[in-house]
Design a protein around this ligand. Structure first.
Ligand code: ASP
Length: 408
């Protein structure tokens, strides 16, 4: 009954975020107090992790059922192919622009110059070879892919199911109806989980702020600054440009509509984890159809990582400068290509981009120890890049919807 008076969710989430940040900064210097380190931080960690677990609980059934629904509602495989090509082309284009922004900032701001690299511990895990990345897209065992939450093979299987069920006409109708009912249930469940977001986000950011505090960041302030500026430019030039130039709407309309998802991505550091929220925001606030969003967004959360690509550009230059290695234009073009592939292969989970950075470094002969150099501050970089990753997905979903004649 008090519906009208209730504070909007985004405000609650914002308040949770600011309070969590403040609490983290207060707790940070007190972590040698056993009460804080043994009880308060673990408690906050537990609360944050419960929120993350709830989000993760949604991912597989939500993606699976909504992709089947998306494929079935597009129906005609030709239309599906057309939308697919547009989506992937836009994803690649925005990713490449992001890397160029990252490389430019790395060259101009020179974040690694003068940095002492003594004590950098190299613990890079090798990235998977490219052939394996490609092969893994195909679900040899779809049930295993579902159980493991391996998103690309799940997406491929769901697409096949949706298309096949449509092709058999009347006989596939029941299956699609049941699936639609599952998808709707999952959307509702997302809404319920979202109600816990203010508390979950409060706890997550408090733990991060307590761990990284403002002071710890100073030696790496320049690389953090470069990545954050890059992310800001990507959002304010590339995405705003697409929205104004193509969708013919104001950037404010877009960012206002997607702010919950951006904040969730920033705090959870996971594109996949934020997916339920990105789908909701894009459908409810921007008016993109279920048909488009349920196809474009899960795919984006899995393969489109503009922020990660940008970060890899900045970090490759940062590491080269820190190790006093000159990078030629040719090497930087190699970074452009490998970082595009690396960002496609990056899983939408916290810290995945750091592992894929080793692939980019190896491609241009930079020391893999550089990964150890970035590792200490990676969480802070991960927040900004994940935020851009999901914003890019949502911008592309909006553009594709517009191009299919949707009324936004
Ligand atoms: N955390 C990022 C994401 O989920 C991936 C990365 O580590 O770059 O989008």
């Amino acid at each position: 009954m008090t519906d009208k008076k209730e504070m909007p969710l985004i405000w609650k989430i914002g308040i949770g975020f600011v309070l969590g940040l403040l609490l983290g900064f207060v707790l940070g210097p007190m972590t040698n107090n056993p009460f804080i380190s043994d009880y308060i931080i673990p408690l906050l960690n537990l609360i944050g992790n419960i929120f993350l677990a709830l989000l993760k609980m949604l991912i597989v059934p939500l993606v699976f059922s909504s992709i089947i629904m998306g494929a079935a509602s597009i129906g005609d495989p030709k239309t599906l192919g057309r939308i697919g090509i547009k989506t992937v082309a836009l994803y690649l284009l925005t990713t490449m622009v992001a890397i160029v922004i990252g490389l430019t900032l790395g060259n101009v701001m020179q974040p690694g110059v003068g940095l002492s690299i003594a004590g950098a511990a190299g613990e890079a895990k090798a990235a998977a070879p490219l052939t394996k990345v490609i092969l893994d897209i195909f679900p040899a065992n779809p049930l295993k892919a579902l159980v493991d939450g391996a998103m690309l093979p799940v997406i491929v299987f769901a697409l096949f199911l949706g298309v096949s069920a449509t092709l058999i006409g009347e006989k596939g109708r029941k299956f699609l109806e049941v699936n639609e009912s599952i998808a709707e249930t999952m959307y509702k469940m997302t809404g319920i989980v979202m109600k816990t977001a203010p508390v979950g986000i409060f706890a997550l950011i408090a733990v991060t702020a307590a761990k990284y505090g403002p002071a710890v960041l100073s030696p790496f302030a320049k690389v953090i600054f470069a990545v954050y500026i890059g992310c800001f430019l990507q959002a304010s030039i590339v995405y705003s440009g697409l929205i104004t130039g193509y969708v013919k709407k104001s950037p404010m309309w877009f960012f206002r509509g997607v702010r919950e998802a951006m904040l969730a991505a920033f705090v959870t550091r996971s594109s996949s984890g934020s997916l339920p929220i990105t789908m909701r925001n894009v459908q409810e606030n921007l008016g993109v159809s279920e048909k488009i969003s349920s196809f474009v967004l899960p795919l984006g959360a899995t393969i489109n990582m503009d922020g990660t690509a940008l970060y890899q550009g900045v970090c490759a230059l940062f590491i080269a400068q820190a190790f006093n290695i000159e990078l030629s234009i040719g090497a930087q073009i190699t970074i452009l290509l490998t970082a595009t592939l690396a960002s496609i292969g990056t899983a939408g989970v916290p810290g995945a981009g750091l592992i894929m950075l080793s692939m980019v470094l190896t491609a241009v002969g930079l020391p893999i120890e550089g990964v150890g150099l970035v590792a200490g501050i990676d969480a802070v970089l991960d927040m900004a890049r994940t935020c851009v990753n999901v914003t890019g997905d949502m911008a592309v979903a909006t553009v594709v919807a517009k191009s299919e004649g949707e009324n936004l």
